[in-house]
Write a protein that binds this ligand. Structure first.
Ligand code: 3SL
Length: 247
């Protein structure tokens, strides 16, 4: 593989990214569960996922889309939104439900993080199941500067997003020695991945949002879908503002 001079910064939450930062590429991560759901939905044939920070904007955009080709997907605090077709679960986005449909999606943190970096020229989402696919695609596209942005939880650090940021950065460096880390957060994320790489699901369950989901009820399948490493070849990529497709 060609040598790619790529610098990686990791930001725990979108607000940590400097206002004047202008990376060539951004990778948004919300392991529990928005970017995992996006990966599985596109893998299972959804036409696109259109992400919204604001629910009124979502409803307005969905209304002008053909009713038989749209689904509303969203949560707040882990609970499905009233009147929505689906909650934010990778388990729910099965082919019989999502194939050929556009998913109009809004979540507590993940879609807000996407909104923060929607101006970045190359924008993809990553989760543990498509970590390898995203690493390969980044090396193909070879942006010089990459911001990995964790979604966090309402402005605070999320363990599981850092775990996946570390998994992705580690894989990028394994594949290409010219990939460098440019902030301490990225180095710490790689150390976190070393700590948990043999049992990522245990890390997800220990994380505060993992604990929140456990309190809400049985999420065993969600944990399994979110923790499975390198299972999907899909790379959700922004095609127009907020619209992610498997390209
Ligand atoms: O915060 C988010 O964007 C969601 O992924 C949270 S949840 O896992 O759906 O509760």
């Amino acid at each position: 593989m060609m040598s790619v001079a790529m610098k990686i910064c990791y930001f725990h939450v979108p607000a940590q990214m400097p206002a004047d930062a202008s990376p060539d590429a951004a990778v948004v991560i919300d392991v529990l569960r928005a970017t995992t759901t996006i990966a599985w939905a596109l893998h299972h044939g959804a036409e696109a996922v259109q992400a919204f920070a604001d629910l009124d904007d979502l409803r307005a955009a969905a209304e002008v889309w053909p009713a038989d080709r749209r689904l509303l997907l969203g949560e707040r605090g882990g609970q499905t939104l009233a009147g929505f077709d689906l909650g934010n679960s990778p388990v729910a986005v099965v082919p019989s439900t999502v194939a050929g449909k556009r998913l109009f999606m809004s979540t507590t943190n993940g879609t807000r993080a996407l909104d923060r970096v929607r101006q970045v020229p190359l924008l993809v989402t990553a989760a543990l199941p498509n970590r390898e696919a995203v690493a390969q695609r980044l090396l193909q596209e070879s942006p010089e500067t990459v911001a990995i942005v964790g979604s966090g939880w309402e402005g605070t650090y999320s363990l599981e997003d850092s775990l996946a940021a570390g998994a992705l950065t580690t894989r990028l460096q394994d594949l290409n020695g010219a990939v460098t880390v440019a902030n301490d957060e990225a180095t710490a994320a790689m150390a976190l991945w070393q700590q948990w790489r043999h049992d990522p699901e245990a890390c997800l369950r220990k994380a505060s949002h993992g604990q929140r989901l456990i309190q809400l009820g049985d999420h065993d399948d969600d944990f399994r879908f979110c923790a499975g490493l390198d299972q999907l070849s899909v790379v959700p990529m922004q095609q127009s503002p907020g619209v992610l497709q498997a390209i």
